[in-house]
Design a protein around this ligand. Structure first.
Ligand code: ADP
Length: 402
């Protein structure tokens, strides 16, 4: 029996197949649905075999899904897909763990679309499509927000009129929870402190979207993303936290519409907005290396904000035992990690430049005399989703529910 995991982004569909008993990965791939191009790139990897097809005429996710299932068929003939794990960005406060999809769950995902308009409608339509394609499988929704349902109230409530929370549901939700929970568990493992409720970690998830989370034991204590995934650290195209007076000023006095401001904060800001070069960190790094002043400034601002967040979270935790860098930038950019860590000796953290440049995952890259460890962890959201699916199905078998 196997588990298929689907992780739909705004222009990509990542997928992976796992052995249900071991949660070992059997195959994985990505469909790159670039709206600007007429053809779609679809990649599949199993064992040593890598296959890349560029296919024309794939209009959307359901066509890509049909291609993926067709390619997976020979692989899963002996090992049928028993369950499908769907990553869903917004589960509000309703879903504190993975949940078997039924009409009520679909209705909730739909209702929460207002809070995650780029992600939830996509996830829902994919769930519905795949339910019809693999009707015999159990479909499980795994939410990015679930981990943060355990945040303490003082961390999720905003300093706004309390009625706004009660009447309008304005509160912090937090995102990237699947990745943060996975990395926290991995770091606890690496430190040999798996069941230690006092372990203090700061996880920095630095991809196109960026967020940091303070974790004590296995529980989140604070996180940077908020009511929406726009708050917190500077990102590829998202501004992160800015003075809320700025949007008001632009709308009330300069004639921009709310939609224009929202679009700009989400898609034209961050690394792209400051550098004017790209939202892709590699391209901004290249431009900075060739002397582009704005690209250099964007990287400095990006690193400064991460560093001060680590400092604030360390104070919240009362110290730090482990700092984790993960996702595209966190896992691959030694210069960014070095820049972030320069100045963290005031909280006892010292990076070993040689180990940092070696870029090895799951290895402590701190100096011997650093009071806390520093790790690069390869985030494995699909594996974490497969484990959640397995846990839920085992729980259901044990309790006898369907
Ligand atoms: P997403 O949030 O879409 O999953 P990723 O985790 O794949 O994004 O991260 C994408 C970011 O990682 C991009 O800004 C990209 O430039 C950056 N990145 C990927 N590889 C490298 C690298 N070798 N060096 C620096 N940055 C990298």
């Amino acid at each position: 029996m196997s588990i298929l995991v689907l992780n739909a982004g705004s222009s990509t569909l990542k997928y992976a197949v796992f052995d249900q008993s071991t949660c070992g990965e059997l195959a994985s791939g990505i469909a790159i649905l670039d709206g600007l191009s007429e053809s779609t790139q679809l990649r599949l990897q199993y064992g040593e075999v890598q296959q890349t097809d560029t296919v024309a005429g794939i209009a959307g996710y359901s066509e890509a899904m049909a291609w993926i299932l067709g390619r997976l068929k020979p692989l899963v003939d002996d090992d049928p897909i028993h369950a499908v794990g769907h990553r869903v960005v917004h589960g509000g406060t309703e879903f504190s763990q993975a949940t078997l999809v039924d009409a009520r769950v679909c209705e909730s995902i739909h209702r929460l679309s207002m809070l995650a308009p780029l992600h939830n409608p996509l996830a829902l339509s994919l769930i519905e499509t795949v339910q019809t394609m693999i009707p015999s499988a159990k479909h499980v929704a795994v939410f990015d927000t679930s981990f943060f349902t355990q945040l303490p109230k003082r961390a999720w409530l905003y300093p706004l009129p309390y009625e706004w929370y009660e009447q309008y549901g304005i509160r912090r939700f937090g995102f990237h929870g699947i990745s943060h929970a996975y990395c926290a568990e991995r770091a606890a493992d690496l430190l040999n402190r798996k069941d230690d409720a006092l372990l203090r970690l700061v996880i920095c998830h630095l991809g196109n979207g960026c967020s940091a989370t303070a974790v004590r034991g296995a529980l989140p204590v604070s996180t940077t993303m908020g009511f929406t995934p726009l708050e917190g650290l500077m990102m590829g195209t998202r501004s992160g936290s800015v003075d809320p007076g700025i949007p008001m000023h632009l709308i009330q006095h300069l004639g921009l519409t709310a939609t224009q401001v929202e679009e700009t904060l989400n898609r034209q800001s961050g690394l792209l907005g400051v550098s004017g070069v790209s939202s892709d960190f590699r391209e901004v790094e290249l431009a900075a290396a060739s002397g582009d002043g704005r690209a250099t400034l964007a990287i400095e601002m990006f690193a400064d904000r991460i560093r001060s967040t680590i400092g604030a979270m360390t104070v919240t935790l009362g110290g730090i035992d482990g700092l984790v860098f993960t996702a595209g930038i966190g896992e691959h950019s030694a210069t960014l990690r070095s820049r972030v860590c320069s100045g963290l000796d005031c909280i006892g953290l010292q990076i070993h430049e040689g180990k940092n440049e070696a870029n090895q995952c799951n290895r402590d890259i701190a100096e011997e005399n650093s009071t806390g460890s520093i790790f690069i962890v390869r985030t494995m959201e699909e594996t974490a989703i497969a484990r959640e699916v397995k846990r839920l199905l085992t729980q259901q078998r044990t309790t006898g529910s369907s």
